[in-house]
Design a protein. Sequence first.
Length: 236
Amino acid sequence: MAAAPRILIVEDETKLREAVAEYLGREGFATLTAPDGDTGLRMAREQAPDLILLDLMLPRLGGTEVIKRLRPGSTIPIIVITARADEVDRVVGLELGADDYVTKPFSLRELTARIRAVLRRAGGAGGKAGPDRLERGPLAIDFDARTVAVDGRPIDLTPTEFAILGVLARHPGKVFSRLQLLEAAFGYAYEGYERSVDTHVRNLRKKIEADPSEPRFIGTVFGVGYKFTGGTGDVR
Ligand code: CA
């Protein structure tokens, strides 16, 4: 049996840090905690946890600086905790390479689901045979390397965009409601978050479509949700 995954929690709010550690402990994780960025960075290097939960607003060393110093030498998955939703895409997606995020306030149940999903994606489950790639017309997705290319041109996607595109592309023609899409992409879904799917799809289209107003890959099914229309030619 594999040992319990070790989660490093870097958070300066004592009550929140302790609540998260206690909850994760009950969920079967081993936890390490650090109250500031400096300590968090040191523990990340010395203890090699399986995943880091990292608050962005930290004393001594901010969360973004912790990630910058940790990457690219380390591939430990990082989930960012932030109170600033506007910071999320910059931090998680392009610049720094965190794996996912939660915005305060968050539920511990939601956080735990995210942790499990990120650990699963990071390969903790193992046992996979062969490379996991998908080509749909001009779109190529490599699920192992987590890269996407259109007509051979690499596309930078956020982890959320990648997950949504991956689900759709694996099931061309199948119509997903927003909730189904969230559930398939992240292993959970909750109401009130569905509309964020529209934002992610809009951003995805800007990145992968030649003309986002005439999408080739992701079609809107009015009143229902979305479906993948690319590469098969007959489902749009
Ligand atoms: Ca903080």
